[in-house]
Write a protein that binds this ligand. Structure first.
Ligand code: NAD
Length: 468
């Protein structure tokens, strides 16, 4: 914070564990509410200087941070795999994806511009300025410890905002190293301040209640996002909320089977299923359902469980015991209500928190798995008959982050784009995340977008100057 690493003011630390062994990897400073306010003090003090720093300088620092992330790809990937569990190849993928937000927004930083307008009466001329909103508080989850931070830091710094960042207590190490890379990239003191803490609520409440804060950006679960929105309301704080998902994955009779299976594997098993974008509910049309289920199950049985650091591992551990209990509970409930267990459905008898990749077919209405974010390696298949029924089933959820659909009928693709209640649609693809596009959801999946020029807008406000 304020350009220097320091212990927590209370002197306490908390352990970070390797979910594949349960062993403690490191002890991290446990920031107190006083440390949180000190971090905000530093961000407030740095705000004016950073906002008036030439855009080219801000851009160059972001670009250097991007280059450093690539130079340290192995270190970042190793930290991520150790604290979060995903296989090393996927951690490298996250370095590529997450760092791209630094490059993308380094390029956006020098393209921020207002405009000049005349009013319709012809009696006034106005200039519209774009200004940074001011100090930002960013809260990130454990599942993508690098990318969820860069998606916020990149646009905030590009726009000229300073940041207080609170990483998830389960995975603070990757984020701490990312912040160190920004220091090495020449970021001025106080512009980016990181406060790991085990007690997120106690740390966050005074920061959010402080009138000097101008923006809250959060990625995490819908219940926590909803509680934060209530706190933010007191000061009418600008907010961005990237919340939970319950993604439908629709496979129509006319889909290319091999393409649909390969993409579905990515949409479901990337990040061990612990992704807000993970396909949660598979809806498969009757005519292709047997072939799809058989082909997908064969691929699922090829997945190899292991530590993320071991060669050949394609499925790492879940983040903790609660995550395993949740996946197991949802599978048991679905089977009791009549689903057919095709493969998997077991806890793994080894150290760490593992659950076998699982396929459930003919999941029945009313099963908890259809209304709950699974966050684990479990496929839930329900069959449908008509396109109308498929769309109705897909939209039957409070969430609307992402949907996937597989069809070779272009017209159907257009109808789906217009009728599915979602912020993003993967049409014949299983991965939608990309720095160049606006990532975000509708309904209870959130407010605002990250990535693309829309992502920058979240950190800017307009001021107009009218002259006769
Ligand atoms: P979470 O809501 O439990 O925690 C997210 C962050 O909020 C963590 O840093 C946590 O410490 C903090 N937090 C928890 N309670 C808080 C409180 N009362 N006040 C302030 N901060 C608090 O979520 P999680 O388990 O870390 O992450 C998984 C969730 O995140 C899933 O629902 C997933 O869908 C969602 N997610 C969404 C996106 C997206 O872009 N929409 C991306 C990744 C994850």
């Amino acid at each position: 914070m304020a350009g220097a690493w320091r212990p927590a003011s209370g002197g306490a630390t908390f352990p970070v564990r390797d979910p594949s062994t349960g062993e403690v990897l490191a002890e991290v400073a446990d920031a107190t509410p006083e440390d949180g306010i000190a971090a905000l003090d530093a961000a407030v003090a740095a705000q004016e200087g950073w906002a008036s720093t030439p855009p080219r300088t801000r851009s160059d620092i972001l670009r250097r941070a991007f280059d450093l992330a690539h130079e340290h790809e192995d270190d970042l990937a190793a930290l991520m795999t150790l604290e979060m569990g995903k296989p090393l190849a996927e951690s490298r993928g996250e370095v590529a994806y997450g760092s791209e937000f630094l490059r993308w927004f380094s390029e956006e930083a020098v393209r921020i511009s207002g405009d000049y307008r005349t009013n319709p009466e012809g009696t006034g001329r106005g200039i519209v300025l774009r200004r940074p909103v001011g100090p930002v508080y960013a809260i990130t989850p454990w599942n993508f410890p690098l990318a969820m931070a860069t998606r916020k830091i990149g646009p905030a710094l590009a726009a000229g905002c300073t940041v207080v960042l609170k990483p998830a207590d389960l995975t603070p190490l990757t984020t701490l190293f990312l912040v160190e890379l920004f220091r090495r990239a020449g970021l001025p003191d106080g512009v980016l301040n990181v406060v790991p803490s085990r007690d997120a609520k106690a740390l966050s409440e005074p920061i959010i209640a402080d009138r000097r804060l101008r923006k809250l950006t959060f990625t995490g679960s819908t219940p926590v996002g909803s509680a934060l929105l209530k706190q933010a309301a007191d000061n009418v704080l600008k907010t961005s909320m990237e919340l939970g998902g319950n993604a439908p994955l629709l496979v129509f009779d006319d889909a290319d089977l091999d393409e649909a299976v390969a993409a579905a594997m990515q949409a479901k098993f990337r990040n061990v299923g612990e992704a807000c974008t993970a396909a949660n509910r598979f809806f498969v049309q009757e005519g292709i359902a047997d072939a799809f289920t058989a082909a997908l199950s064969a691929k699922v049985e090829e997945l190899r469980i292991g530590r993320g650091t071991e060669d050949g591992t394609t499925i790492g551990p879940l983040i903790d015991d609660r995550a395993v209990d949740k996946a197991a509970g949802l599978v048991d409930d679905a089977v009791q209500r009549g689903a057919r267990l095709v493969t998997g459905g077991e806890r793994v008898d080894r150290p760490g928190t593992f659950y076998t990749p699982t396929v459930l077919d003919q999941v029945q209405p009313g099963s908890d798995i259809l209304t709950t974010e699974i966050f684990g390696p479990v496929v839930s298949i329900t069959r449908f008959t008509t396109e109308e029924e498929g769309i109705r089933l897909a939209n039957d959820t409070e969430y609307g982050l992402v949907a996937y659909a597989f069809t070779t009928d272009f017209r159907r693709g257009q109808r789906l784009a217009e009728r599915l209640e979602t912020g993003m649609l993967g049409l014949n693809t299983g991965v939608v995340s990309n720095a160049a596009f606006p990532f975000g959801g509708v309904k209870s999946s959130g407010l605002g977008r990250e990535g693309s020029h829309e992502g920058l807008e979240e950190y800017l406000e307009s001021v107009y100057v009218l002259t006769p």
